[in-house]
Write a protein that binds this ligand. Structure first.
Ligand SMILES: NC(=O)c1ccc[n+]([C@@H]2O[C@H](COP(=O)([O-])OP(=O)(O)OC[C@H]3O[C@@H](n4cnc5c(N)ncnc54)[C@H](O)[C@@H]3O)[C@@H](O)[C@H]2O)c1
Length: 269
C-alpha cells in the first residue's frame, strides 16, 4: 500500500519547481493528482511526466489562484473527475521583491494577492469537500517569514508568508472539529526555477547566504516534497497546525566559523 493511495490531491503551481516535484511524487505515492498553473503548457508537460511514470493526473485549463472563479472551476473539475478532494497543496506563487521604502503599492498588492489571498481563495473553494473527506491542507510558507534579510529586499514576501503561517494555524483550529488537518511546510533556499537554479553558484545573488547553510547545501524540491508527503499522509493523522521548516538548519543555527561544507566533514573533526 502506497502512502497516498487513492487520495485526490490538488496541487497549484504544478508547472515547475516544487509543484512539479510534488505532482510527480504524490502520484508515485498513489494519489490522483489534479494539477493547475497559470503556465498551462508547462503544467501539461508535468502531466506528461507523471503519466510516463504511470501516475494519474488531470490538468484542467489554466489556473489562476488569484481569481475566485478560476479556483472554483478547478475544484469542480477535480470533484467531477474523481468524486471529491482529500488533499490540497497550496503551492503556487509569484513574488515581486522590493524594500519597504521603494516598493510600489501595486507590487506589494500583487505579491500579497499571489501569496496570501490565493491561499484563502483556494482553501475556501476546497473546504466543503475537505469537510466531507476529513482531508488536509498543506500551505507553503518560507524562511522569509522567520528572518529579516540584509541581502534580499522582500517586504511583501516576508509579510505574506508570515501571514500564511498564521493563517495555517487559524485554519487548523477551524478544521479540527471536523477532522480536517492543516499544516505548513516552510522551505529555505531551494534550487528551483523560482529561486534561479543553484543558489550556491558563483554568480547567484544568494550565494553568500546559501554557503552558510549549516547542512552545507541548498535544499532540493524533493527535500520539501518529502515533508509534504509525510504531512499529507495518514502517518501525520495526529498532526495539525504544525509548521515544518525544511532549510538545512538555516533559520535556527547561528552561522559559525566553519567555511563549508559541514556535511562533508569527518565525524570528530
Ligand atoms: N524555491 C525557494 O527557494 C523557496 C523558498 C521558500 C519558499 N518557497 C515557496 O515554495 C513554493 C514553490 O516555490 P518554487 O520555487 O517551486 O516556485 P516557482 O516559481 O518555481 O513555481 C511557482 C509556480 O506557481 C505558478 N504561479 C504563479 N502565479 C500563479 C497564479 N496566479 N496562478 C497559478 N499558478 C501560478 C508559476 O507559474 C509557477 O509554475 C512557493 O510558495 C514559494 O514561495 C520557495
Amino acid at each position: 500500500m502506497k502512502r497516498l493511495d487513492g487520495k485526490v490531491a490538488l496541487i497549484s503551481g504544478a508547472a515547475r519547481g516544487q509543484g512539479r516535484a510534488a505532482a510527480l511524487r504524490f502520484a508515485a505515492e498513489g494519489a490522483l493528482v489534479v494539477g493547475g498553473d497559470l503556465l498551462h503548457e508547462e503544467a501539461l508537460e508535468t502531466q506528461r511526466l507523471v503519466a510516463r511514470e504511470g501516475g494519474t493526473i488531470l490538468t484542467p485549463g489554466p489556473l489562476d489562484v488569484t481569481d475566485e472563479d478560476s479556483v472554483r472551476s478547478w475544484t469542480e473539475e477535480a470533484v467531477d473527475a474523481f468524486g471529491g478532494v482529500d488533499i490540497v497543496c497550496v503551492n503556487a506563487d509569484a513574488v515581486r521583491c522590493g524594500a519597504t521604502g521603494s516598493q510600489s503599492c501595486e507590487d506589494f498588492a500583487s505579491t500579497t494577492r499571489a501569496e496570501l489571498d490565493s491561499v484563502r481563495l483556494t482553501v475556501r473553494a476546497v473546504w466543503p469537500h475537505l469537510l466531507r473527506s476529513r482531508g488536509c491542507v498543506l500551505t507553503i510558507g518560507s524562511t522569509a517569514a522567520l528572518t529579516g534579510s540584509l541581502t534580499s529586499p522582500r517586504t511583501a514576501h516576508a509579510a505574506s508568508k508570515g501571514a500564511v503561517i498564521a493563517l495555517t494555524r487559524q485554519l487548523a483550529a477551524e478544521g479540527a472539529p471536523y477532522g480536517v488537518r492543516v499544516n505548513c511546510v516552510s522551505p529555505g533556499t531551494t534550487g528551483t526555477d523560482g529561486s534561479r537554479a543553484d543558489p550556491l553558484a558563483d554568480d547567484h545573488p544568494m550565494r553568500g547566504i546559501a554557503r552558510r547553510i549549516p547542512l552545507g547545501r541548498a535544499g532540493s524540491p524533493d527535500d520539501v516534497v518529502n515533508a509534504a508527503v509525510f504531512l499529507a499522509s495518514d502517518e501525520a493523522a495526529y498532526v495539525t497546525g504544525a509548521h515544518l521548516v525544511v532549510d538545512g538548519g538555516w533559520s535556527t543555527v547561528l552561522p559559525g566559523a566553519h567555511p563549508l561544507n559541514v556535511s562533508r566533514k569527518e565525524p570528530g573533526t
